[in-house]
Design a binder for this molecule. Sequence first.
Ligand code: SF4
Length: 227
Amino acid sequence: MGTPRDTASTQAAVVIERLEEEYPDSTISLRYSNRLELLIAVILSAQCTDERVNTETEHLFEKYDGPEDYANAPQEELAEDLNSITYYNNKASYIRSACEAIVEEHDGEVPDTMSELTDLSGVGRKTANVVLQHGHDVVEGIVVDTHVQRLSRRLGLTEEERPEAIEQELMEIVPEGYWQQFTHLCIDHGRATCSARNPDCDGCVLADVCPSEKGDSRIDLASGEPW
Ligand code: SF4
């Protein structure tokens, strides 16, 4: 078991410093070329890999151009165009309805506030945070996806379980200038080393500060269960 720093803030600082060194080019991995494409890619990425989403959006973004195209597409046709994505029927319906609202209530533009974004179908706080950060350069919070959730708990940064509560705690201890990058660093480390089922603690740059480190700790703090 590693020994975490004395306070959650200093623990967050060392985590950020080490991960920045490890992943200097860490950034969003979804592909898009405008705000609407970003919004659609993020809606599609719920419980689906970014890689799969990028493959599917390559042809999707060629076929559909602008919110009217999605809003006017028949449900079956759009669903069929997304059929390798998890929950493609629901996601097709969210996209059609969100685009309808964008056309009717926002002059065809993706809104730039948390409340307007979360009023759109299929858009929760996590999706809205990603769109605000990468589409509008507005950083209002920290995107808590499954990797951020798992790593924050494993590393002793929070004991909260729900993403919204984790976000609030992280916002207290992660310096505001790192709110956006913190997510990408956690995602990169979660993919490369600290995977859900079989983290490579031996090869981890955080092993000496991680209270879940498998060598000594019996417990995975992310799940609260023994390793
Ligand atoms: S890989 Fe192991 S040591 Fe590294 S952060 Fe994950 S649980 Fe901790």
